[in-house]
Design a protein around this ligand. Structure first.
Ligand SMILES: *Cc1c(COP(=O)(O)O)cnc(C)c1O
Length: 358
């Protein structure tokens, strides 16, 4: 038998979540499949969204080139933009759209010999996140320089939110207002919303959404109900059962000591597969459909779960680390991180695609 650890990806759930997010936002939506589609496999996810998605977004040029090489023909936006002229030339040749967030990128567009009308620029405005993007007072001048380039076919105005998944703060509304004020006199389509914007900020809904984490069904605001379906099930099996006597400790660091007789299941899943090492004793995990808990340290290739109250469970029992039964947000929170990081970190396990109807 081969090692039973795998990431099961439900492509129907991916399509469902995309359509749900786009309908909520209205207009068109880029499916954000950077970082290998948040660990789900960028090419397969793009193929599954063919004929449905209006386009895709990735972080950097090589990710976009890989999609084109795999035959993906939809629009693709590079969210960080190009790093040099070679990337610009290749992007223009392949019809890949590029973000422009700093002056050096405009310099490059001006200096690089590019065919007329070959550049589709997404001008990024820093509306308050203070990370990438032009300052509010620089936006009009940047737009003017890009408009003057014969290589530039069109300009979309975009910004990105720092706290869109915190509806109780006023920060996102401030960003929306700052963006609107800085771009009031500029033509072109707009793109403001990431997943949090789509869910919580109706006023951020414009021509294009950029849908990331919602696609994968990992709700950034899990306290509300949004009818998303988790796309990934990180699963494995029990491969051995052990007994712990009272006073015996378990695993590296002996972080867990049994107080009573316990039955322990060894699971083929560890931090080298992307299960977080920081997940403490007590992190929920499902065995044969019943929710139990991890105990002791997560090791590189295995982790241990409490089977004391699951006498029917044993070698071969199915285990869900996260998916439809175990909310990845719960695991992430206990491990001190967010679902995004857990999903991106999934590695080594085979990725298996299914299209079970939802
Ligand atoms: C990653 C990213 C997104 C997607 O964000 P989610 O919160 O996953 O929806 C949108 N826009 C930009 C600029 C990004 O870098």
């Amino acid at each position: 038998m081969t090692r039973p650890a795998q990431a099961l990806i439900d492509l129907d759930a991916l399509r469902h979540n995309y359509l749900l997010a786009r309908n909520l936002h209205g207009g068109r939506a880029l499916a954000v499949i950077k970082a290998n589609a948040y660990g789900h496999g960028a090419v397969r996810c793009a193929q599954a969204l063919h004929g449905i998605a209006d386009g895709f977004a990735v972080a950097f040029a090589a990710e976009a080139f890989e999609l084109r090489a795999a035959g993906i023909e939809e629009p693709i936006l590079i969210l960080e933009g190009c790093f040099d002229s070679d990337e610009l030339i290749e992007s223009a040749r392949l019809g890949i759209w590029t973000a422009v967030h700093q002056k050096s990128q405009i310099d490059a567009i001006e200096k690089t010999p590019l065919p007329a009308g070959s550049v589709h620029a997404w001008l990024k405005v820093d509306s308050g996140m203070n990370r990438a993007g032009f300052e509010l007072y620089e936006v009009a001048a940047a737009h003017g320089r890009l408009s003057a380039c014969t290589s530039v076919a069109d300009i979309t105005l975009m910004t990105h939110f720092a706290q869109s998944d915190e509806p109780e703060t006023f920060a996102t509304q401030k960003q929306i207002d700052a963006f609107d004020a800085a771009t009031a006199d500029l033509p072109g389509p707009r793109s403001l919303s990431n997943s949090g914007g789509i869910l919580a900020w109706p006023l951020s809904r414009r021509d294009w959404a950029r849908v990331g984490i919602l696609l994968y069904g990992a709700d950034p605001m899990p306290e509300q109900t949004h009818h998303l379906v988790p796309v990934m099930t990180l699963q494995s099996e029990v491969f051995a059962v052990k007994m712990l006597e009272p006073g015996e400790s378990l695993g590296y660091g002996a972080t867990f000591t049994a107080k009573v007789h316990m039955r322990i299941g060894l699971i083929a899943m560890g931090y080298a597969d992307g299960y977080p090492r920081c997940a403490p004793t007590g992190t929920p995990i499902a065995v044969d459909g019943f929710v139990t808990r991890t105990i002791g340290r997560v090791s590189m290739d295995m982790l241990t779960v409490d089977l004391t109250d699951l006498p029917q469970a044993g070698v071969g029992s199915k285990v869900e680390c996260w998916g439809r039964q175990i909310d990845i947000n719960t695991v992430a929170k206990l491990a001190g991180t967010i679902s995004y990081e857990l999903l991106c970190n999934v590695k080594r396990v085979p990725i298996v695609y299914s299209t079970t109807s939802i």
